[in-house]
Design a binder for this molecule. Structure first.
Ligand SMILES: [Mg+2]
Length: 237
């Protein structure tokens, strides 16, 4: 059956923080008196982020229920864990939170615009589905390359995070078509691929670190693997 909609994950799939999250935290942390090195900040962020992801999976958080308040609390917790030494922790959190709502904090991958353009030309409709919060709106509004997404699905607005079936069922309902006519594309095996497959959508994993000559190997897998969005075209023919 033909694919009617292609739904893209946001971070790591069509956009990425530029400079890196660690660089941004490091610079803003310094403004608030932190004297940690870039490496210390990088490693602190990595473990704090991983810790909140683990909390998502614990049974006492009612699965993957979320809201704007839950997401804000998550980021406040991460900032506090990265910068325990910063006196004005709330100020530092607010500054970082606002920073990542700015389109200028993000770059669009080189393969994003050509891919969105050629899919649109073929009559395929485009949407974005993200665990990032409402800050995705000003980013999509402020980056011309992201203008072709007809629909935005944001977990803090839907009430459930990826990879829950609830999140993906809301996507299916919002696109008003059969799940097998929807292709989810993302860089997260669990969040993007497994979640989408669980409700009957098609899925493609983008692994930008695949060897240069690596290509889609779908043998034995219920999903495709690509190393560049430009390979999507070939998968859809
Ligand atoms: Mg991602």
């Amino acid at each position: 059956m033909e694919v009617e909609w292609v739904v893209f994950d946001a971070v790591g799939t069509v956009i990425d923080p530029e400079p890196s999250v660690a660089h941004a935290y490091h610079l803003i942390g310094q403004e608030f008196g932190s004297r940690q090195t870039l490496e210390e900040v990088r490693s602190g962020f990595k473990s704090a982020f991983a810790e909140t992801e683990r909390q998502d999976r614990s049974p006492d958080t009612a699965g993957l229920v979320t809201s704007a308040a839950v997401e804000e609390a998550r980021w406040r917790h991460i900032v506090a864990a990265v910068f325990p030494e910063v006196e004005d922790g709330e100020g530092c959190f607010q500054r970082l939170h606002d920073y990542f709502a700015e389109p200028a904090a993000w770059r669009v991958f080189d393969d994003t615009l050509p891919t969105l353009h050629s899919l649109s030309e073929r009559g395929i409709r485009l949407a974005i589905a993200s665990n990032f919060d409402h800050r995705l709106h000003p980013i999509c509004d402020g980056i011309a390359e992201l203008g072709s997404f007809e629909k935005r699905f944001i977990s803090s607005e839907l009430g459930f995070r990826k990879p829950s079936a609830e999140f993906y069922l809301a996507v299916v309902a919002g696109l008003n078509t059969a799940p097998e006519r929807i292709l989810m594309v993302g860089d997260g095996l669990e969040n993007d691929v497994e979640g989408a497959l669980s409700v009957g959508m098609k899925a493609v994993l983008i692994d930008r670190k695949l060897a240069r000559n690596g290509h889609a190997d779908v043998s034995g897998r219920p999903y495709g693997v690509i190393r560049s969005l430009s390979q999507l075209q070939g998968l859809l023919t």
